[in-house]
Design a protein around this ligand. Structure first.
Ligand SMILES: O=C[C@H](O)[C@H](O)COP(=O)(O)O
Ligand SMILES: C=C(OP(=O)(O)O)C(=O)O
Length: 448
């Protein structure tokens, strides 16, 4: 295959790659990569292009993104109940946001592939024992013993198979009737009736109810509401895995990473001359880049030029994760410079990663109030600049875990130990996620 059409998909190998595990045995890694390269695609190029078109709408201000799921998916979490609960919560949030934003909401799961984590430190020490840090189920195990923490390339195959299982469930749930709008709305009504803060949301839920009744009276076919489009995404961290799952699309002759519809580059791996940027610039999927508070306007512009030189609409999303205390100062210069260039970019707010702190109990946590404040800041900045606040990116689960503090149930730091189940960073639980959706809906309306 000529590299002129596809770019050099292996040029990244010559560049520094941050956050790659020290795999136990390079021969084993090569054998696993060859096996992965022979597996069927998880997603198709046409689906990636369809998402790209929807993200182009986001960049134009005509749609909103809801992207979310676990911080770190686990192999044991690839089961019907866990996936169903997450999807149910995502769909419930999406209905509220669609009504408030009055534009389509593009639904993207941090699901079906989010099995690898960048870490602050390569090792973890406990009671005098030092072992490799947990880097996600695709690399090693969470249990703190030498066997579990071994960086085992065979886990990459298991990550592929768990992604396939999860995506299959997502496709079945979102197309097979589970995502029916009337059903999702009924779940929201139930939440409003039984949540402590329900009263506050009664009005919005009532408005949605009347809108549905109105549509029915107008004769809109109930089948229109039966299924939704759902897309998968994860951080493109493990380059051997992503490279092995990159294929040349038979129709266009262009390379797509078929491990997920949307891939993003993390804050720790977005070096302009690094391996991740080099690899992702060649694949044709829609991609994102996380931007933390240390990002300069020139950094953002340079990333944009490198990753989307042809200014293709929908190709590039900037996912900002500044922290509630910094977003109002850090975000405007980036938006201004990128906007001045005229190139299309979708702006999405990740209000989780800049707001993590350690509770006295040692649990990593986040305050729902900080999360909301960062989203509020995101809306304020965009409204002031006349640009579009294009969406939110969150870490959540459909279960009743106790990992973040605040919300209608008044979860406090002293409650964190009760159901602290995340494999890495703290997630919003089901109630907190729905609180967030209703509160963001209120913010959206106030600011538009
Ligand atoms: O999810 C993001 C990162 O992987 C995570 O914040 C790193 O956490 P650490 O600082 O505990 O390594
Ligand atoms: C590691 C993550 O975020 P960031 O790169 O923004 O730190 C993440 O989203 O899992």
């Amino acid at each position: 295959m000529s590299t002129s059409a596809t770019g050099d998909l292996d040029a990244w190998r010559e560049l520094p790659a941050q956050q790659q595990p020290d795999w136990d045995d390079p021969d084993e890694l090569r054998a696993v990569a060859a096996e992965l390269a022979a597996q069927p695609p998880l997603v198709f190029a046409g689906e990636c292009d369809q998402l790209k078109a929807q993200l182009a709408d986001v960049a134009r201000g005509e749609a909103f993104v809801l992207q979310g799921g676990d911080c770190a998916e686990t192999f044991t979490g690839a089961n019907a109940d866990a996936v169903k609960n997450k999807l149910k919560t995502l769909l419930q949030m999406a209905v509220v946001l669609t009504y408030a934003a009055t534009v389509p909401v593009v639904k993207i799961g941090r699901m079906a592939g989010q099995y690898a984590k960048p870490r602050s430190k390569p090792v973890e020490a406990r009671g005098g024992l030092e072992l490799p840090a947990y880097r996600g189920d695709a690399v090693n195990g969470l249990d703190f013993d030498a066997e579990s923490r071994r960086n085992d390339p065979h886990r990459l195959l298991k990550a592929y198979h768990c992604s396939a299982v999860t995506l299959n469930l997502c496709r079945a749930f979102t197309k097979g009737g589970y995502a029916d709008l009337r059903q999702v709305h009924a779940w929201n009504q139930d939440f409003v009736a039984h949540s402590k803060s329900g009263r506050r949301y009664e009005r919005l839920a009532g408005e949605i109810d009347r809108a549905l009744t109105f549509m029915k009276a107008c004769g809109v076919s109930p089948d229109e509401f039966h299924g939704v489009e759902f897309y998968s995404s994860h951080e493109a961290l493990l380059l051997e895995y992503e490279r092995a799952l990159t294929r040349i699309d038979s129709l266009s002759g262009l390379p797509y990473d078929v491990s997920a519809h949307f891939l993003w580059i993390g804050e720790r791996t977005r070096q302009l001359d690094g391996a991740h940027v080099e690899f992702l610039r060649h694949i044709r999927n829609p991609i994102g880049v996380k931007l933390g508070p240390g990002t300069s306007a020139d950094d953002a512009l340079a990333l944009m030029k490198r990753l989307n030189p042809e200014e293709e609409p929908g190709r590039l999303t900037f996912i900002t994760r500044m922290g509630a205390g910094k977003i109002r100062e850090a975000l405007p210069p980036l938006i201004e410079k990128v906007h001045q260039s005229g190139a299309p970019v979708a702006w999405v707010c990740d209000p989780m990663h800049g707001n993590t702190f350690e509770a006295p109990s040692g649990h990593k946590t986040r305050r729902l109030d900080d999360v909301l404040d960062e989203v509020a800041g995101f809306f304020e900045v965009h409204r002031a600049l006349g640009t579009h606040p294009g969406g939110i990116h969150i870490e959540f689960t459909g279960d009743d875990v106790t990992e973040c503090v605040g919300g209608a149930e008044g979860l406090a730091e002293g409650d964190l130990h009760q159901r602290y189940e995340t494999a890495c960073d703290p997630r919003l639980n089901r109630g907190q996620s729905l609180d967030l959706a209703f509160l963001v809906a209120e913010l959206y309306r106030k600011s538009s």
